[in-house]
Design a protein around this ligand. Structure first.
Ligand code: IPE
Ligand code: IPE
Ligand code: MG
Length: 244
């Protein structure tokens, strides 16, 4: 856990990009037009975070529950994702951004997985910000997969149950190696986490904005960062202990 004191920028920013459908509905457009418009917000957000010096940006792009949406929408989202991955690689390389993914990637189509693998390989050596896409992601599923991996490691004699600590458990999560999110931000007006980073959110600062994701701007994100820098994160301690 990072002890980011007052004034520090977040190291890890995680965003629940919500409101694309309602953005489209307001304009009497099909929902997929909202998702297309949302991609521009993704590009602007990635660029702004990289320029600001954020270490990790996690974007919730598709939840494990989103598979339950009408097939037409799911397919459109998968096509958009493939197009995004293909088109974005040169820009990621230019900005030295390394692409990673968390989630139940086995559920993705072969063609999506191939595109994702390619984009991750093409940016694997980039030393800058990590752009972490949560795809087919659900926190409960992630925790159960972690327990499975841990169980297998225990069977192989690699871990002893008595020595298990939260920090060792976290190594089996999809987010292994990444710092916990300092900020979890949700656009679109809902105040819920929708199965996002439940374990990792333990000490995240939460932000909810009514702005629909396609309308979200770098200026609003800058305001959120400024607010974050004025919050006192006590991690269970008292104010006086943080001064030292
Ligand atoms: C978020 O926007 C994008 C995904 C979940 C893929 P929504 O599609 O949930 O938009 P609303 O919530 O219906 O407005
Ligand atoms: C959360 O949004 C998932 C993503 C943004 C990818 P949803 O629109 O799926 O969440 P609920 O259904 O309103 O909780
Ligand atoms: Mg939604």
């Amino acid at each position: 856990m990072t002890l980011a004191g007052r004034g520090d920028l977040p190291r890890h920013v995680a965003i629940i990009m919500d409101g694309n459908g309602r953005w489209a509905k307001k304009r009497r457009l099909p929902r997929v037009k909202g998702h297309e418009a949302g991609i521009r917000s993704v590009e602007k957000t990635v660029e702004f975070c990289a320029e600001t010096g954020i270490e990790v940006l996690t974007l919730y792009a598709f939840s494990s529950e989103n598979w339950l949406r009408p097939a037409l929408e799911v397919n459109a989202l998968m096509q958009l994702l493939k197009r995004f991955l293909r088109r974005e690689v040169p820009r990621l390389q230019r900005n030295r951004i390394r692409l990673q993914a968390i989630g139940d990637l086995a559920r993705l189509d072969d063609s999506v997985r191939a595109e994702l693998r390619q984009a991750m390989a093409a940016t694997a050596d980039c030393p800058g910000m990590v752009l972490n896409l949560a795809l087919s992601y659900g926190s409960r599923g992630e925790i159960v997969r972690a327990v499975r991996r841990l169980w297998q490691a225990a069977d192989r004699g690699e871990v002893a149950p008595e020595t298990l600590e939260p920090e060792t458990f976290a190594r089996y999560l999809d987010t292994a190696g990444l710092p916990d999110p300092d900020i979890i931000l949700r656009t679109g007006g809902e105040s819920r986490l929708s199965n996002f980073l439940l374990w990792q959110a333990a000490y995240a600062e939460l932000y909810f904005t009514a702005t629909l994701w396609p309308d979200f701007t770098a200026a609003e994100l800058q305001e959120i960062f400024t607010d974050f820098q004025h919050r006192e994160r006590r991690f269970g301690m008292i104010s006086e202990q943080l001064q030292s």
